[in-house]
Design a protein around this ligand. Structure first.
Ligand code: PLP
Length: 419
């Protein structure tokens, strides 16, 4: 009989968005005339920039002409024209990369999950609350997960000193951790996400340096998710982990054009694996980038040519100007939400260098109690923080990806509900 990967049976089904949809549908059935404003969506709503559409179409046209038609790409890691555009973008932030260090992909989610193919069984550190993809992909791989707490005390920026002791609950499905309950165990893979989904918090350079130093000291590798770097406006904050000294020896970075340029439906991103990132096995030095080339060479055949043309257009001067107009629209929404919460004296993180606003539920309500209250009383939908991990309980996420007028209306409704 066929054997399945039994690690899949350990996945806790995440009902978060299913439960939200159920509650909305039930409410709509009872109240068909009420206008619901959805502020929980993590998807973009503005269309692609005109220069991107133009390049996309041009790429398609070239595919229809014998002389410019493209079949399989040689490496599957992206055409040089796009890798060069990404390298130039990094250079503007003071980070020098070779083209071989840049790998074009179909968005950050795939590589966040797939990257663990090249690693063996590891103890993986996640910050809690967390983007669920990191947890699920590591559970499927049979890795042991430990957590660093992001909470009100550390302003939702978990540091190495916040790594929690292993608790009984974790041991439950981590039968491999024996005799470690109530102890701290050291991770060998560390996932960091900044600007963070769901909390909107951003590591500053000193904080990120602490993580880099920790990883170097413990011979761990950091997987740094920079999917929201384009939302950073404060120039003192790092947009890439490679702005931090030493990071090229201990980090892999994933980024995406999904939120930067509205590519959620187009699909394109990039992973950066520095040449200097190596592991030692006996006398042999193994480059992580080479392992990834082998993995991708066997399981991936690259991104379509027209998509890469569209992606390259994002990095042109005109492309940057046009996508920044869209980002500014979302940032203005984030400010509307943040200003409202400030006026209402509600504690929050994010909203300034991030499209996410993460706030404490008023009146000590739980995340789901507050969700119901917003839906039933003012017909505004957000995302209960409890769905992202234990430290999310009592917190709530709103996103800035919606329509400006609806965001304003939702904040007026919130103000009248709470003041
Ligand atoms: N990383 C984070 C933190 C995200 O929030 C998301 C999407 O919401 C992704 C990665 C996935 O992005 P992509 O569309 O590039 O796969």
């Amino acid at each position: 009989m066929v054997k399945i990967n039994e690690n899949f049976l350990k996945l806790e089904k995440n009902y978060l968005f299913i439960d939200i949809a159920k509650k909305i549908n039930a409410y709509k059935e009872k109240n068909p005339d009420k206008k619901i404003i959805r502020m929980g969506i993590g998807d973009v709503t503005l269309p692609l920039a005109p220069v991107v559409v133009e390049a996309f179409k041009k790429g398609c046209d070239e595919m229809g002409v014998k002389e410019t038609f493209k079949g399989y790409e040689d490496s599957g890691a992206g055409y040089d024209f796009l890798k060069q555009a990404v390298a130039d973008y990094y250079k503007n932030n003071g980070v020098e990369l070779t083209l071989n260090e840049i790998r074009i992909n179909d968005g950050a989610k795939s590589d966040c999950g797939n990257i663990i193919d090249i690693f063996g069984e590891n103890v993986v550190l996640l910050t809690d609350p967390v983007y669920p993809v990191y947890a699920n992909s590591n559970i499927m791989q049979g890795n042991t997960i430990i957590y660093a707490n992001s909470n009100e005390e550390n302003n939702f920026t978990a540091m190495p000193s916040d790594i929690s002791v292993v608790n009984e609950e974790q041991k439950g499905f981590k039968e491999k951790i024996v005799n470690v309950v109530n102890k701290i165990i050291k991770p060998s893979l560390i996932y960091l996400c900044s600007p963070n989904n769901p909390t909107g918090s951003v590591y500053n350079k000193e904080q990120l340096k602490e993580w880099v130093d920790y990883a170097l000291k413990n011979e761990a590798i950091i997987i740094f998710d920079a999917a929201y770097e384009a939302f950073i406006t404060d120039s003192s904050l790092p947009r890439s982990i490679f702005e931090i000294e030493g990071a090229k020896k201990c980090a892999i970075e994933m980024c995406s054009l999904s939120k930067t340029a509205g590519f959620t439906g187009v699909r394109c991103g990039y992973t950066v694996i520095p040449e200097e990132l190596v592991v030692k096995k006996g006398d042999t030095t193994i480059k992580i980038a080479d392992l990834w080339s082998q993995r991708q060479g066997s399981k991936f055949n690259g991104i379509s040519y027209p998509v890469q043309c569209a992606a390259a257009a994002v990095f042109t001067d005109l492309g940057q100007k046009q996508i920044k107009e869209n980002i500014a629209y979302y940032q203005a929404n984030a400010k509307i939400i943040a200003d409202t919460l400030t006026k209402l004296n509600i504690k929050f993180t994010g909203g300034i260098n991030s499209p996410y606003i993460w706030f404490k539920c008023p009146d000590n309500q739980s995340s789901w109690e507050f969700f119901d209250r917003l839906l039933n009383e003012i017909q505004v939908v957000g995302t209960p923080g409890a769905g992202f991990g234990k430290n999310g309980e009592g917190w709530f996420r709103l996103t800035a990806f919606g329509d400006k007028d609806l965001t304003l209306e939702a904040m007026e409704r919130l103000t009248s509900l709470l003041s």
